[in-house]
Write a protein of this length. Structure first.
Length: 137
């Protein structure tokens, strides 16, 4: 099977050594580095308030958990790409951020909440000796 993109390469390679949550943490750090140049190149990122950077990183980490779960359920990088594109349209577009940014905040809250749920389910599965929801099927 040919793996595409860094997520398609890293996600299958890392969990066998580190476990799914640590592997996702490393992938989130790589993903943050991937987004770093955008703060210098894209106007909407340039207008980003420094005080919101922790929220950006929490959202990115939550998105990494959700994408790890999605990839491990589908084994398709395309599914992750479609999710990311829909996230960008729904939560990171100028329309979602206009006004009070309620749409962007709602999408962020949903993603971070879903990631928290997945982490709780992983913890409960570990306590019960069952496979994690974050591990590949």
């Amino acid at each position: 099977m040919r793996r595409q993109g860094w997520r398609g390469y890293l996600l299958p390679a890392l969990p066998s050594r580190l476990g799914p949550l640590r592997a996702t943490g490393i992938i989130a750090a790589v993903w943050a580095g991937w987004h770093l140049p955008q703060f210098f190149l894209i106007e909407t990122y340039q207008n980003f308030k420094l005080a919101l950077l922790p929220m950006f990183l929490i959202g990115l980490a939550g998105g990494a958990v959700v994408l790890s779960w999605l990839y491990n359920q589908t084994h398709r990088v395309l599914a992750c790409g479609v999710w990311h594109a829909l996230y960008n349209v729904a939560g990171a577009s100028a329309a979602a951020s206009s006004g009070a940014g309620v749409i962007a905040a709602a999408v962020w809250t949903f993603v971070v909440g879903f990631a928290a749920l997945l982490c709780c389910l992983k913890w409960l599965a570990a306590r019960a000796g069952r496979p994690s929801v974050l591990e590949p099927r």
